[in-house]
Design a protein around this ligand. Sequence first.
Ligand code: PHE
Length: 451
Amino acid sequence: MMEKRSSFTGKIGFVLAAAGSAVGLGNIWRFPYLAAKYGGGIFLLVYLILAVTFGFSLMCAEIALGRKTGKSAIGAFRALDKRFSFVGVVASIIPAIILPYYSVIGGWVTKYLAVFASGHVTEAANDGYFENFISKPFEPVGWFLLFIGLTALVVLLGVQKGVEKVSKVMMPVLIVLTVFVAVYSMFMPGALEGVKYYLLPDFSKFSATTVLAAMGQLFYSMSLAMGIMITYGSYMKKDVSLESSVRQIEVFDSAIAFLAGLMIIPAVFSFSGGDEQALGKGPGLMFVTLPKVFGGMKGGAVIGTVFFLLVLFAALTSSISLMETVVSIVRDKFGLKRGTTCLIVFVVSVALGIPSSLGFGVLDSVKLLGMSILDMFDFVSNSVLMPVVAFATCIFVGYVIKPQSLIDEVELTGEFKKKKLFTVIIKYVAPIFIVLILITSVLDTLGIMKI
Ligand code: PHE
């Protein structure tokens, strides 16, 4: 017999758990970097507009799909139309691919927290420290195991006692710490230039690619198109307002992304004397530049520790949502117990994560399309599979089951105020934009076109 389906206790639990999934590494290092690159204030404005239109509609659709069917991705699509089961299958593969490599990066974050907390700030600020660390055979694998082990422990405890409880503690702490570091950073000498650079619009950097970059970031940041919100929706009670929950998740996610910019850009400007190149790209910013910034500032050990603690919370709540989604899918499919399923998912993820971790050292020579193993997993899941699933979801909701069926689900708790917007976006606007994202991100990564 299958155990009864779990649920979140109420609205706050649901919103914080979903926000926990949405707020992650993407908010903290990717958003500030993109905002700096694409014209500061103008990027922020474009992102905000997209969040309240696209992000809002897609998130409503996914959560409603989950709550309506009471199933995770594969079951949800199948229950409504058998021909579309494959969309659920592809959506479910995504978190299974992301979880291992996301946990490798989570392991790096855990290591940096330990380094800062134990006062080894100057070492972490040395040239080559990060490259040396990730190329070791055993140490990063150890931190990866610790991080994914913690994730598995929370998932093992279940939806209410694990996922919800942890989110209710970590998310409020995360906000407080973020505001603290952002305020500190803005008052550093020379930081004001960074604040201006971040907030004032630079129209010369605005183009169609600004919109596409903002859109790609939005999908990733809101954990859309990978079955997570469908799964979390299936744990949502019918008497909780779906529309206002989505609003709150969005505000949470965008606010942390915005604050992350205020935390990072002014600090980097202050450190580098206003050199925007120092913002760099990708892991380099968080693991190379920021440790140097902390190393050079007064109270750097404390701020560095606080910073990596908040990043760890953000990463953990996201990896929990990834593992919970995979566990939920496997359980729905095979009717296994939570404990057994957690163990299987843990073992498989460890097996997949180890090569990603070794890809910077022992397996350095293994390159696929010129990318490391970790980057390859990232590319396949984010740049290829996610847009495909997002597109298929829009077509499915817009033309197969029809928007009205989900509007009815949202209206269980009162009028769906933005239902017109929802319908137009899902049927017409989103599919077109998603195809554009898919094409540009693939061409960009393959180096055929530079965005
Ligand atoms: N939304 C998370 C972020 O912004 C990333 C994430 C992706 C989380 C996939 C879970 C799953 O970093």
